[in-house]
Write a protein that binds this ligand. Sequence first.
Ligand SMILES: [Zn+2]
Length: 376
Amino acid sequence: MDNIKKPASLEIQRKNYTDIFQLFLQNERLTKQNIVNALHLSLPTVTQNINLLCQQGLLCEAGTMGNTGGRRAMTYSFSADARIAIGVDITRNHVAIVAVDLRGAVFYKERVRKKFERCDDYYRFLGDMVRHCIEQIQCPEERILGVGIGVPGLVTADNQTVFYGEILHFTGETCANMSRYIPYPTALLNDASAAGFAETWINKDIKTAFYLMLSNNIGGAVIIDGSPYAGYHHHSGEVGHLCIERNGRPCYCGQKGCVDRYLAATELSDLTDGRLADFFALLEKKDPRALACWDTYLDDLALTNRNVHMLFDCPIILGGYVGEYIAPYMDEIRRRTGALDPFETDAEYLHACHYRTEAIAAGSALHFIVKFLETV
Ligand SMILES: [Zn+2]
């Protein structure tokens, strides 16, 4: 019988290291003994891995805790700012930028008015915004994982090309071209998919959901077990082009009666010169025109929610520009949706978004955060 203890294989060492790191992602602070108990590892193994993670800057000491009398145990916590990622959200008239840490927290954000143009000047402007952001957060270069760029268009599986970009008229545009002034790894992300991913990443209780993006155009994303379901040709979840009125209003896609023409935020903000905040202020004052407009909008929204729920039977998160203001109206939206739903008349599956404004940019940054966390 061979009693000599063999060294753990590289594979097991790798697994122990990953398991310990993942445990820190789920807990604020841990002692070595906590890890020994949770993962059934030996104390020397835990100590060796903690030392390694500390050397790499991914863990740090976080004070002591424990019994009175005996020696107090050192706790360790995960260094959320060990790496960061930048997210950019490009729309027709604005650019938003955020910096996100390894826990997905947004710790810097800026939004400026800038009309999209498919030209060198605009892309130079994007590069300037990224540089300004990094100067502001004073982050060492080696900690920056990459820059995710959220766009209102459909992008290829490799995140490199826009293959349908009718909203900004930039079909065929590439990541390499758009990021020519950004000296970090970059990726293009569909806006609704990035936002839906961000919402389910931050919410521990909702990992499968449909994200309905109620912005100046309507987008949607199917998130299954925390991952966007892109579809065979990367255009799943395009709820904006579900038809809710046969021969209805003409849509930019060439069809008629699409959801996009009924639920776009502009259906509301057209009443207040394009300012959505002003619309909701009018609504709060019970202005009759705003009330009438909102009444129609809620009926169209309820019908759309019902259709989505019939297909997916999962939570629906309402986000986008309208999502920013929607929380006080959720009871009424649930009531109207529930009245159309043959199975769940309380429509408790409807949720207001968590990120009120920066979901697309945050989700675009998370693309790099997730990739990094998967490799640790
Ligand atoms: Zn359409």
